[in-house]
Ligand binder design. Structure first.
Ligand SMILES: [Fe+2]
Length: 308
């Protein structure tokens, strides 16, 4: 089983030079934010971020994680964005590409937030058609993540997990399960996190996110600026029991601790997986950290997506 971290610019040098990471197998892979390597850092334009991510890619398996796809929006898909993403993926050969099941704006305006969808048949048909088009454009399966939310639409006719499961069935997209987001939304909306886990098809989950949040008493804000909370660790153990040894990573987006602290937090996830699944099961499924094997895994994963 493989354990990764979100790749953040603050840690580029430490990752490449730090004895805490290299050679000890304590970080098996990294997840890079796609947009950090697009725009002015577009593959055509080079740039320092791309230089670093390519060096890290040479040493570690990598997945790309976007925040701008806005797959649920009603604005037309941004073809320039998709072209740039495809070029980046062709260059970095990630194991997979992910983004969020959300919308980020309307009428050309970006809200700079990952907003939840109404879980209706109409929205499902709309998003499924867009996922199909994106997957065709990119020539790869998309992996979509559940977002945390603070509001719900009164006209939703399905639960979030039913919507996600059906979207995956219709389009063949993979799922990135953010266990913290499930916990946050369950608290905010009063549903059972266990129901969410039970409603997600086991064979679709490609990756798990863990992150910290801020509990305000009446509601939880998904801040990604703190260690993983105890109830989220417990929910992660439940997710492992249901989904097995799924590649797991910790996301930190603010209030960055020294890199070694994130690596130590990742060891908690590793230990929890060992305790929950047993040593053999936790050591199973995954990919080698070598560049060569990770690329083989990438091909295998794409084949799996293509047939899934
Ligand atoms: Fe996440």
């Amino acid at each position: 089983m493989q354990f990764g971290l979100g790749l953040r610019p603050q840690h580029y040098v430490e990752i490449l030079d730090g004895p805490a990471v290299q050679g000890q197998g304590r970080v098996d892979w990294f997840e890079a934010i796609s947009e950090n390597y697009m725009g002015q850092n577009h593959v055509g334009g080079g740039g320092k971020p791309l230089h670093y991510v390519e060096r890290i890619r040479a040493e570690y398996p990598l997945v790309l994680h976007g925040v701008s796809l806005s797959i649920g929006a009603t604005d037309p898909l941004n073809i320039d964005y998709l072209d740039a993403l495809k070029a980046l993926a062709d260059r970095l050969q990630p194991m997979w590409l992910s983004d969020h099941l959300c919308w980020t704006g309307a009428h050309g305006r970006n809200m700079h937030d990952l907003l939840p969808l109404p879980y209706t048949e109409e929205a499902l048909a709309h998003v499924a058609a867009r996922v199909d088009r994106v997957q065709e454009h990119l020539g790869r399966a998309l992996v979509l993540e559940n977002v945390s939310s603070y509001v719900e639409f009164v006209h939703s006719t399905r639960s979030e997990w039913e919507f996600i499961a059906e979207l995956s069935r219709r389009t063949g997209c993979g799922l990135l399960l953010d266990v913290n987001n499930i916990y946050v939304s369950a608290f905010n909306h009063g549903f059972e996190a266990q129901d969410f886990l039970a409603g997600i098809p086991v064979d679709r989950v490609r990756q798990i996110h863990l992150a910290g949040h801020s509990n305000m008493g009446t509601h939880i804000i998904d801040t990604h600026d703190a260690p993983v909370a105890d109830p989220v660790w417990r929910l992660y153990a439940d997710a492992l029991r249901r989904f097995g040894p799924v590649p797991t990573m910790i996301e930190r987006d603010d209030n960055f601790p020294p890199f070694a602290e994130l690596v130590a937090e990742l060891d908690i996830a590793r230990g929890l997986a060992r305790n929950t699944l047993g040593t053999r099961a936790a050591a199973g499924a995954g990919w080698s950290s070598s560049k060569r094997n990770s690329r083989n895994f990438s091909k295998a994963a794409r084949r799996q997506f293509a047939t899934g």
